[in-house]
Design a protein around this ligand. Structure first.
Ligand SMILES: Cc1cc2nc3c(=O)[nH]c(=O)nc-3n(C[C@H](O)[C@H](O)[C@H](O)COP(=O)(O)OP(=O)(O)OC[C@H]3O[C@@H](n4cnc5c(N)ncnc54)[C@H](O)[C@@H]3O)c2cc1C
Length: 397
């Protein structure tokens, strides 16, 4: 079998993975960061990620390197964060997820779900204590919102924090928490007499335990955990004073979902390129797949959907940078881009034939990962309902 994509002729038109020349709309700094993270993914991530996925382990050797690259909380200012704009942060997510959704999830959780709330809702002391170490990847965070009884309706959470003098006593459990077992600090959302509040629960606090969820068929190169709180005593100085009510955790999720809209494009590009290359050398019925009409239709559809997703995310990033982004716009892009990526991954998997069912190819790994990405940070249905509420003024959920 030839492994050269001989059936793909040289083209002089648009870049196959940047059909509308998005690069020309980026600043030099945006392009440079994208390139350096892209190189890191090509050299350090893609060669090892299939095995990490097969073995169901997070490749933690990459964390210090990611810290040196400055990706953790890169859109925050000060506290040893890179202070870059939101388009750069999006491009970082895109490149990382071209490698694997698990790696991008790690960076999203660390930066958007843990560093961002400390930065936005925390005291100066909390920021000094946690942010510089987290920016370097020396300290790891997790974000505990979802509970076993249903993640789409976090307002009905059962985890409770009760005031006891200068402390709070937390009881309850969280489930499906990325990085839970390896985190030095958990941002835990709990119901109190005054409504939902956020607490920094540190890994050695008595009564706080964690355990990984085994047998996942998705995001296998990422730890997903359960958190348990049995009378955990947390000082009031570990409460995030700026977070009041459900708006606290939802604000964090808007940040992370924004990054996911970009990340999904990376996974889609990886699958589309793999399918295109395969179509160039797979010969059936006397011609390559690339020369076959229905295969071209499928590849053209992938290019169309990737291009649409790229334009959505870039404009979303520009809105975010100018401070006018609305959370329903993030919902639309998360729905569109993750749906596009999942459909592309499934189609690429099919186009690869039997070989596509093994992790020797990337498509099935991305496809399985994207089953989590379409569920977490608001399921596809919940994002559709958020947009419906925006259009009609009626909350149907
Ligand atoms: C790998 C992985 C990592 C995760 N990491 C984190 C993390 O770090 N931190 C964290 O807090 N959570 C995390 N999550 C949890 C994730 O956010 C939740 O799984 C998600 O919010 C959905 O909640 P659920 O699984 O309980 O599904 P449910 O809320 O029980 O939903 C079940 C189904 O019902 C549908 N549905 C719900 N409400 C309605 C409605 N009103 N109308 C119509 N349909 C509806 C949903 O769309 C879904 O299809 C993670 C999940 C996964 C899989």
């Amino acid at each position: 079998m030839s492994t050269q994509a001989e059936g793909l002729k040289r083209r002089t038109g648009p870049d196959i993975a940047d059909f509308y020349d998005i690069r020309s709309m980026l600043s030099d700094e945006e392009r440079q960061v994208q390139e350096s993270v892209g190189q890191f993914v090509d050299q350090e991530v893609i060669p090892i990620i299939g095995e990490a996925f097969d073995k169901h382990v997070f490749p933690d050797q990459l964390v210090p390197e990611l810290g040196k690259l400055g990706v953790f909380g890169c859109n925050l200012e000060g506290y040893e964060c890179a202070g870059l704009n939101n388009v750069v942060y999006g491009l970082v997510c895109q490149e990382l997820e071209r490698g694997d959704s698990g790696l991008r999830s790690f960076v999203s959780v660390q930066g958007s779900l843990c560093m961002w709330p400390i930065y936005t809702y925390g005291t100066e002391e909390q920021k000094q204590r946690w942010l510089p170490g987290m920016a370097k990847g020396e300290l790891i965070g997790c974000f505990g919102l979802t509970e076993p009884d249903g993640g789409s309706d976090p307002g009905t959470m059962r985890t409770k924090a009760v005031r006891d003098g200068d402390d709070w006593i937390i009881n309850g459990a969280k489930m499906w928490i990325t990085n839970g077992t390896i985190a030095d600090v958990a941002i835990v959302w709990a119901d109190t007499e005054e409504g939902i509040r956020g607490f920094l629960v540190e890994k050695d606090m008595p009564g706080y335990t964690t355990r990984d969820i085994p047998r996942k068929m998705s995001l296998r190169a990422s730890w997903t955990s359960e958190l348990f709180f049995e009378g955990v005593r947390v000082p009031d100085s570990n409460r995030l004073p700026g977070a009041k009510g459900l708006a606290g955790p939802l604000g964090c999720l808007t940040q992370a979902r924004y990054g996911i809209t970009w990340g999904a494009i990376g996974a889609a590009i990886a699958c589309y390129k793999e399918a295109l290359e395969f179509a160039g050398y797979r010969k059936l019925f006397g011609r390559t797949l690339a020369e076959t009409q229905t295969i071209q239709l499928r590849l053209a559809d992938m290019a169309r959907r990737i291009t649409t997703a790229q334009l959505l995310s870039l404009q979303l990033g520009r809105l975010k940078d100018q401070g006018t982004m609305h959370h329903s716009q993030v919902s639309l892009a998360k729905w569109n881009n993750v749906r596009a990526a999942l459909d592309i991954a499934r189609d690429a998997r099919d186009l690869l034939g039997a070989g596509g069912v093994t992790t020797d190819h990337h498509a099935i790994r991305h496809m399985l990962n994207l089953e989590s990405v379409i569920t977490y940070e608001g399921t596809e249905t919940i994002h559709q309902l958020v947009i419906g509420r925006e259009l009609t003024g009626h909350a149907a959920f």
